[in-house]
Design a protein around this ligand. Structure first.
Ligand SMILES: [Zn+2]
Length: 319
């Protein structure tokens, strides 16, 4: 079923995306359609925003929650998305996860990030102090703070002022969007950012301008396995990580639902080619008092070498 998004004219808080934001193709199929003010979407949003603030439902009047699947690259995307003014309002209203010290992550959680940074340094064959990295959308600066602690030249970009201040207090250099071109980064880290962006391809083009030739960018996105089946189940109260969870298409939040092919095509259009860190360069932290976890850690790089992850991909700048 084709859809042209014309119903949007009546609500200035939303913008219509009439083509795929990754590959620019206008060819698409509607895979889910529902009024924002009809259930189950209405209840999902009311419940989500109840946790911190309150969403004024008047913003959603007359707008449809429409999921389109691009016929060319497979991206599933929301075609009616919040304008800048509504995004500002939503930013104020939505629940913000607490800072790291209140979340109390386990050491194993941090160890995965340390492994990733050590693997990167091994792959680039340089001391961390000679590696320039950027965390684009650093959140509460957990990953980039570790990079600072390990001696990397580390900086990052973030929208929220309170998070920027927090990052500065951890020794992170905060950058603005227009400082990215020509920065000559060896590595850019984008962890769960591209699902939020109204114009992801424009953003990627800007980030590529900040990479040196040969530099690497990592893009990770929410898990979307079997999204068609999940949409058919239509269980909007399914818990995170459960079989029917619809977090990957969270209305107005996760407006792009990526698969490997859609990321690869967008990256190719921006002068990037897929790359990976070879197994012999990968570093791991093992806890032999938890033998099952230790064995999984050893096998993980081999598994992902044979079955590359669609939700965490590495690309290198070629030109
Ligand atoms: Zn596409």
């Amino acid at each position: 079923m084709a859809h042209n998004g014309s119903t949007l004219a009546m609500n200035t808080f939303f913008i219509a995306r009439t083509a795929c934001p990754a590959c620019r193709s206008p060819r698409r199929e509607t895979v889910y359609a529902c009024d924002y003010l009809a259930n189950p979407v209405r209840d999902f949003l009311v419940n989500y925003y109840r946790q911190s603030g309150r969403l004024n439902l008047a913003y959603l009047e007359g707008v449809r929650y429409l999921l389109e699947e691009c016929c060319d690259c497979g991206l599933v995307y929301q075609s009616q998305v919040p304008s800048d003014s509504l995004n500002e309002i939503l930013y104020r209203e939505k629940p913000i996860p607490p800072p790291p010290e209140e979340r109390g992550h386990s050491l194993s959680y941090h160890a995965r990030n340390v492994e990733q940074l050590m693997s990167l340094a091994a792959h680039l064959s340089r001391k961390s102090s000679n590696i320039r990295i950027c965390d684009f959308g650093f959140g509460w600066a957990e990953w980039i703070s570790l990079a600072v602690a390990l001696g990397f030249q580390a900086c990052g970009c973030e929208l929220t002022e309170v998070k920027k201040e927090f990052a500065r207090s951890r020794g992170v250099q905060v950058m603005e969007w227009d400082q990215i071109p020509g920065a000559g980064f060896d590595y850019i880290h984008c962890d769960w950012v591209f699902e939020h962006l109204r114009e992801p391809r424009d953003t990627l083009e800007q980030l590529v301008r900040g990479l040196r030739v040969g530099g690497i960018i990592m893009i990770s996105v929410p898990y979307r396995h079997h999204i068609q089946r999940r949409l058919k189940a239509n269980n909007w109260s399914a818990r995170r990580d459960s079989r029917n969870c619809l977090n990957a298409v969270h209305p107005m939040e996760h407006i792009n639902c990526w698969e490997g092919r859609s990321l690869d095509r967008m990256a190719a259009a921006c002068g990037l080619c897929p790359t990976k860190i070879p197994i012999f360069r990968q570093r791991m932290i093992l806890s032999w008092d938890e033998p099952r976890e230790a064995v999984k850690s050893v096998l993980r790089p081999f598994y992902h070498n044979w079955y590359p992850r669609y939700d965490e991909r590495y690309f290198a700048r070629t030109v």
